[in-house]
Design a protein around this ligand. Structure first.
Ligand code: MLT
Length: 213
């Protein structure tokens, strides 16, 4: 097995890349607030052990904690910044595909919290970039005029019934927005689950990914 490569910021993001050992899929791992490019590599290995992993570090700092875009308050996003950061992330995926030689048509995002929110933004603003996404504890990034075409995209949303940060309406609304754009969406509720992922969340994501990709 090849060892993971450390990323160079010259692709635009500090990142880790782990080559595939068979499956022609790349998991784009997007961490939560305060995370970094290392955090979700073990999760990616567990979810699809033979897929490649591309794991960038968010470039915005909030009190020293990396994030993928600015927010004005808890759950109140700086939408202008989110759009710019989503464009940057999209460009990074394209450049990384050229550098590492993975199939740009087979990139599946796995995002947690802040990372899930930029993954959802990427689905809405750049619908061809992701073949699929696992959105762990997402909110609604913004509402769009006009729906993108997500008819070839498969999405798993995992929400917690007792998530103190995310009202139940938000994952439901996100599922509706993505479905109305044509995506095949599964919304899974973790009974009693808070904002932190449970073992059952991880197992459900693993099953869904191996069935769909
Ligand atoms: C966000 O800012 O993206 C959400 O509030 C989730 C988080 O706390 O990172």
């Amino acid at each position: 097995m090849s060892s993971p490569k450390s990323g160079s910021p010259k692709l635009g993001f500090v990142h880790r890349f782990v080559p595939s050992t068979g499956r022609p899929v790349t998991l784009l791992m997007l961490h939560g607030t305060g995370g970094n490019e290392e955090d979700l590599v073990p999760l990616g290995r567990r979810l699809l052990p033979d897929a490649a992993i591309l794991s960038p570090r968010g470039k915005v700092l909030e009190n020293g904690m990396p994030r993928f875009f600015r927010r004005l308050a808890d759950g109140v996003f700086d939408t202008n910044d989110l759009v710019v950061r989503t464009d940057e992330l999209t460009e990074f995926v394209g450049k990384a595909s050229g550098t590492y030689g993975f199939d740009v048509g087979k990139v599946v995002a796995v995002g947690y919290s802040n990372g899930a929110n930029i993954a959802a933004s990427t689905l809405l603003l750049h619908p061809r970039v992701l073949a699929g996404a696992v959105l762990l504890r997402p909110m609604v990034p913004f509402t769009l005029q006009g729906a993108p075409d997500l008819s070839r995209t498969r999405i798993l949303i995992e929400a917690g019934t007792d998530d103190a940060l995310i009202p139940k309406e938000l994952p439901e609304e996100l599922a509706r927005i993505l479905e109305s754009a044509g995506a095949r969406v599964k919304l899974r509720w973790q009974d009693g689950g808070g904002h932190t992922l449970t073992e059952a969340d991880v197992e459900a994501a693993r099953e869904w990914l191996s069935e769909n990709f």
